[in-house]
Design a binder for this molecule. Structure first.
Ligand code: AHR
Length: 865
C-alpha cells in the first residue's frame, strides 16, 4: 500500500514536473532503436537528449511497439527500426523481421505511443530486407524504402517506392552509396545502439515519458497479488458494509451472458469430450502434426503388434476414402498375434458396460476371416471380447458389441485374426454405448454433464486459434467435419496434435441443443492465425482473392446447413445426419483475435456482406484483436463501428490485479456501438494456477460484467477443458483424466453465475466502513432478477483478508420470503480445491450476513409472490 502511494505520488510528482516545468526546453533529440541483445524481441525503444551526447532512456527498456510478425517464441523481432516523420503528419517506422523473409514491416503512429496495425509487404521475394531505410520524396510525392539483401539470386541494395504504404513498385537495384545511411550510433548508459535521431518538440518527449509512467503504474496495479495483502492490509480490521438494493433503478441485461468456449486444445476433443476410446483409429496421425518433433507420431501412433507372428504396414492404395488415405495391413503368419491399440493413456472400461466395436476391413486373402476383438488388461488377460467375421475383399464395415467384465482405466484393444493371411483395416473404433444423451458417436457423459452443469447459454466452438488455423492450409473447414466418419478430413491440430474430426459440426450443434445453449460457431475471416508457424512466412496472409468466393459460399452453406429446411442442399445433409429440424443458428463468429490488417478487413467485409445480405437475422460477431487495448483492439473497434457490427469478440488473459483495477472497463463503453462478446478471459497468476485468488478476481469482474450486461451480451472463460498430462495451456476450467473430472475453483465461479443469472440488473448502493480505494475495489456486488422465475440473485464478492459483516437492504423489492438459498465459495487465496457450500439462510427486507475473507457468496431469493 505504502509502496503504491509512493508510486502514485511519484507519478503525480514527475508528471506534474513534466507538465509544469518552467524551464523545459522547446525541443530535444529523440532516438528510436531496438536492442540487439534481445534479438529485437523487445521492440521499439526511445531515449532523449538535449545535446546528442548524453542520452536518457524513456523508461529503461520500456517498449513502445512490439513486432507482431511470425510465431511466438521464435519470431516477433524488430530489427533495425527506422523512424521517419512523414509529411502526412504521421510517424512511420519500418524494420526487418528476420534475416530470412523478403518482407519489411511497417507501422504508423501520430504520437509514437498509439500505433496502427502493422503491415508486412513482401518487397523482395526469395531475398532479404535488411536494414531498411525510408525517406519521402516530395517531388515525386512518394515514400522510398531501400534495404540490403544478402540472399536470393542477386544480393545487393534495392529500393521500392510507394505513394501510400499500401501499394509498392517492383524492387529496383540501386548503388550502395544511394542509401542515406542516416542511422547514428548513440551511447545509452554503457552501451552503444544504432538508431534514427530526430529533433522533436519537448512536448513529444513529455508525452512519451508520461505514457511510459502511466504504463508502469498499470503494471504495478496488475502485479498486485494476495501475497502482498498482509502488508497492504496490515491495519485493516473486520469491516461492516451496507448494500442497499435500489429496486426501482433497474435495466434489462443480456439473458445469454454466461456461456462456454470449447476449443480443441489440451486434448479437449479426441481423448476428451469425444467418447471414442481408440486413439488414431484412422491411421492418419502424421509426423507433421508435431512438426517432426516426435518421431513416434506417425500413422502407427498408439498401435503395435502383439506376439511374434504378425506384422503391420501402413498402405495408401485404394483407401477407404480419399479424405482418409492411410490404412493398416495386418499380416498374420502365426495365429495368436494381433494389432493392439493403447487408447489415449489407456482405455477406460467399466464392468458390465457395453461398447460398440466397429471397423472397416478388406480380406486380402480368400474366403472369410474371423477376428477376435478383445480388451486386455496389463497382464494380457481378456476383459471382454467378441468375434467378428470379415467377409469381403472390398472395404466393408464390421460391427459388434462387446461387454467389459472388469473396471479398469488402462485396457488395450486387440484385434486377433483367427487365420493366417492379410487383412486391411481402417477406422477401428471402440465406443461406449453410454454417451451423453445416448447419441451414437457421442460425447463422454461425465465431461459433457460437467459442462452442462454450468448452465451455459451458448457454446463457442471450435476455437480459438484452432478456428483460424496455423497457416492457410490449416484453417478449420466445417464441411470436412460432417457426414460419415470415414469421409471426414482429419487435420493437424495447431496445438501440436491431431484432430480426427469425429467431434464435428453436427456433434457440436447437437450438444448445444441437448444443453439448451446457443451454438456460436466461429469461422476464419479468410485469414489464418497471425502467429502461424507453418507453411510460409508465418505471418497472417489471406485466402487468395480468387478463392474467396468459394470460401464465402462455404460460410453461407454453413448457415443453410444449420437453418435450412430439409429440401435445401445443405439442410438435407443435416437431415440425413439425423436432424431434420433446423438448429436455429443465431450467431456466427467471423475471425479470432486477428491482426486487423487490410488483408483481414477486405476478407471480413466480403463474408459479412454476403451473410447479412442473405441472412439478415444472423448476428455476425466480429473480432478486435487479442488484447483489451492496443492497435488491433483500436483498429478492430474502428472497423466494427464503420461496418455497424452488432457484436465484437474481445479477448484478454490478465493477472488478478488487472481484473481488480478494471472493474469500470465496460462502464465506459459507448452503448450505441457494437455489443460485446467477451469470448476469452481468465485470471493468470505466475505459475498459472486456477485457485481462489484467480477465481475471486474473475467473480469480482463478473459482477461488473453483469452490471454492464446491457453492453456485454456474452462472456466465456477460456480455455475450458484440459486433460491431465496433455496441457498446452494453463489454467483451464475443467481438468480430467480417463476416469475422473476435476472442476476447478474457477469452474464453480462460472457455475454460480451460470446457474444464477438474470435478465434485469438492479442498482445497489454499497457503503463500506473503510472507504479506501484498495478496499473498495475488492468488494463486488451485483443484484439481478430472473423474469422467468421471479427470483432475485444477490452476488457478493469479498477479496479482502478480513470478514465483512454486511447488512443487505431489500426494502424496495417489496415482499421477501423468510428464507433463501445461500451458496459460498471460499478458501485461502492459493486454495485449488475449494468447493461451494450451499445452505438455507434466513432473509428479510433487511438482513445481515457475514462475507468471509476471500469469499464469493450468492443468495437466491425466490419470488415471494
Ligand atoms: O484459449 C487459448 C487461445 O488463446 C485461443 O486459441 C486463442 O484464441 C487465444 O490466444
Amino acid at each position: 500500500m505504502i509502496k503504491r502511494l509512493l508510486l502514485v505520488a511519484m507519478l503525480l510528482g514527475v508528471t506534474h514536473s513534466l507538465w509544469a516545468q518552467a524551464s523545459a526546453p522547446d525541443s530535444a533529440y529523440l532516438v528510436a532503436y531496438s536492442d540487439t541483445q534481445g534479438q529485437g524481441r523487445n521492440g521499439l525503444l526511445f531515449a532523449w537528449s538535449l545535446d546528442r551526447q548524453s542520452w536518457h532512456t524513456i523508461g529503461a527498456g520500456h517498449v513502445f511497439m512490439y513486432c507482431d510478425y511470425g510465431t511466438w517464441g521464435g519470431e516477433k523481432r524488430m530489427i533495425d527500426p527506422f523512424l521517419l516523420e512523414g509529411p502526412d503528419g504521421w510517424w512511420h517506422c519500418v524494420w526487418s523481421v528476420n534475416d530470412r523473409d523478403g518482407v519489411v514491416a511497417h507501422a504508423m503512429s501520430q504520437n509514437l505511443i498509439d500505433w496502427r496495425p502493422q503491415a508486412y509487404p513482401m518487397l523482395n521475394p526469395g531475398g532479404h530486407c535488411l536494414q531498411p531505410e525510408m525517406f519521402y520524396d516530395g517531388g515525386q510525392r512518394e515514400f522510398v524504402i531501400s534495404w540490403l539483401s544478402q540472399a536470393g539470386e542477386d544480393p545487393g541494395v534495392y529500393q521500392t517506392t510507394t505513394p501510400n504504404l499500401k501499394v509498392y513498385s517492383d524492387k529496383q537495384a540501386i548503388a550502395e552509396d544511394q542509401r542515406l545511411d542516416v542511422r547514428q550510433e548513440v551511447q545509452i548508459e554503457d552501451r552503444i545502439f544504432s538508431g534514427t535521431v530526430h529533433r522533436v518538440s519537448w512536448s513529444v518527449i513529455r508525452d512519451l515519458l508520461q505514457a511510459q509512467q502511466l504504463a508502469a503504474y498499470h503494471v504495478q496495479q496488475e502485479q498486485e497479488t494476495t501475497d502482498q495483502d498482509p502488508v497492504r492490509f496490515e491495519r485493516l480490521r473486520p469491516m461492516e458494509a451496507t448494500v442497499t438494493v435500489k429496486g426501482k433503478e433497474r435495466k434489462t441485461i443480456s439473458n445469454e451472458l454466461i456461456g462456454v468456449f470449447f476449443e480443441d486444445i489440451n486434448y479437449a476433443a479426441d481423448g476428451g469430450l469425444y467418447a471414442e476410446l481408440v486413439q488414431n483409429r484412422g491411421f492418419e496421425y502424421q509426423l507433421h502434426d508435431k512438426k517432426g518433433r516426435d518421431r513416434g507420431w506417425t500413422a502407427m501412433k498408439a498401435w503395435s503388434v502383439s506376439g511374434d507372428g504378425a506384422e503391420v504396414k501402413i498402405e495408401t492404395e485404394s483407401p477407404l476414402h480419399e479424405n482418409n488415405p492411410h490404412y493398416a495391413v495386418l499380416t498374420v503368419e502365426q495365429v495368436g498375434s494381433g494389432l493392439v491399440n493403447e487408447g489415449f493413456d489407456g482405455i477406460p472400461v467399466q464392468a458390465g458396460e457395453q461398447y460398440d466395436v466397429s471397423f472397416f476391413a478388406r480380406n486380402l486373402g480368400r474366403g472369410k476371416r474371423a477376428i477376435l476383438v478383445r480388451l486386455i488388461n496389463d497382464a494380457g488377460q481378456s476383459c471382454g471380447e467378441v468375434t467378428v467375421t470379415v467377409t469381403s475383399s472390398d472395404w466393408k464395415k464390421v460391427e459388434a458389441v462387446l461387454t467389459a467384465n472388469q473396471t479398469i482405466t488402462d485396457a488395450r484393444l486387440e484385434l486377433v485374426p483367427q487365420a493366417t493371411g492379410l487383412t486391411a483395416l481402417d477406422m477401428i473404433s471402440l465406443f461406449p454405448q453410454k454417451t451423453f444423451k445416448g447419441h451414437k458417436n457421442g460425447l463422454r457423459t461425465d465431461l459433457a454433464q460437467c459442462v452442462a452443469d454450468l448452465h451455459p447459454r451458448f457454446v463457442r466452438f471450435p476455437g480459438g486459434c484452432v478456428a483460424h488455423g496455423d497457416g492457410l492450409h490449416n484453417i478449420y473447414n466445417w464441411k470436412d467435419t460432417i457426414g460419415p466418419l470415414e469421409a471426414r478430413k482429419p487435420l493437424r491440430n495447431l496445438w501440436g496434435y491431431h484432430q480426427s474430426m469425429g467431434l464435428g459440426y453436427f456433434e457440436y450443434f447437437q450438444y448445444c441443443e441437448d444443453i439448451g445453449a446457443q451454438p456460436v460457431p466461429v469461422v476464419a475471416a479468410g485469414v489464418p492465425c497471425q502467429n502461424s508457424s507453418d507453411g510460409g512466412a508465418g505471418q497472417q496472409c489471406g485466402i487468395p482473392m480468387e478463392e474467396m468466393d468459394d470460401y464465402v459460399q462455404d460460410v453461407l452453406d454453413l448457415i443453410e446447413w444449420a437453418n435450412g429446411d430439409a429440401t435445401t442442399t445443405w439442410g438435407r445433409k443435416r437431415a440425413e445426419a439425423g436432424h431434420p429440424d433446423p438448429f436455429n443458428l443465431k450467431y456466427l463468429g467471423v475471425g479470432n483475435e486477428d491482426l486487423i490488417t487490410e488483408i483481414f478487413k477486405e476478407r471480413f467485409a466480403m463474408i459479412y456482406q454476403a451473410v447479412t445480405e442473405q441472412y439478415p437475422d444472423i448476428v455476425v460477431i466480429g473480432t478486435v484483436g487479442p488484447f483489451f487495448e492496443g492497435s488491433d483492439y483500436e483498429e478492430g473497434w474502428r472497423f466494427a463501428t464503420e461496418l455497424g457490427l452488432a457484436m465484437v469478440d474481445e479477448h484478454y488473459y490478465r493477472p488478478p490485479g488487472w481484473f481488480i483495477h478494471n472493474q469500470d472497463y465496460y462502464d465506459k463503453y459507448d452503448r450505441s456501438k457494437s455489443k460485446v462478446y467477451l469470448g476469452e478471459y481468465a485470471g493468470h497468476l505466475s505459475g498459472r494456477p486456477n485457485n481462489i485468488e484467480t477465481a475471486l478476481s474473475e467473480a469480482l469482474y463478473l459482477t461488473a460484467v453483469e452490471r454492464n450486461g446491457d453492453v456485454v451480451h456474452m462472456a466465456s472463460y477460456a480455455p475450458m477443458l484440459a486433460k491431465h498430462g496433455h496441457t498446452q495451456w494453463n489454467p483451464d476450467l475443467i481438468y480430467f483424466n480417463n476416469a475422473e473430472v476435476h472442476p476447478t475453483v474457477g469452474y464453480y465461479v462460472q457455475q454460480m453465475f451460470g446457474q444464477n443469472s438474470g435478465d434485469t440488473y438492479l442498482a445497489s448502493q454499497v457503503t463500506l466502513s473503510n472507504r479506501s480505494e484498495d478496499v473498495r475495489k475488492r468488494v463486488g456486488v451485483s443484484v439481478v432478477q430472473d423474469s422467468q422465475t421471479g427470483d432475485t440473485l444477490v452476488k457478493l464478492v469479498n477479496m479482502l483478508p478480513v470478514d465483512v459483516t454486511t447488512k443487505v437492504i431489500l426494502e424496495e423489492l417489496g415482499e421477501i420470503p423468510s428464507s433463501a438459498t445461500q451458496i459460498v465459495l471460499m478458501g485461502d487465496p492459493d486454495d485449488r480445491g475449494a468447493k461451494p457450500v450451499s445452505r438455507e439462510v434466513e432473509v428479510a427486507q433487511e438482513f445481515e450476513i457475514t462475507l468471509s475473507k476471500y469469499s464469493f457468496t450468492l443468495i437466491r431469493i425466490e419470488d415471494a409472490g
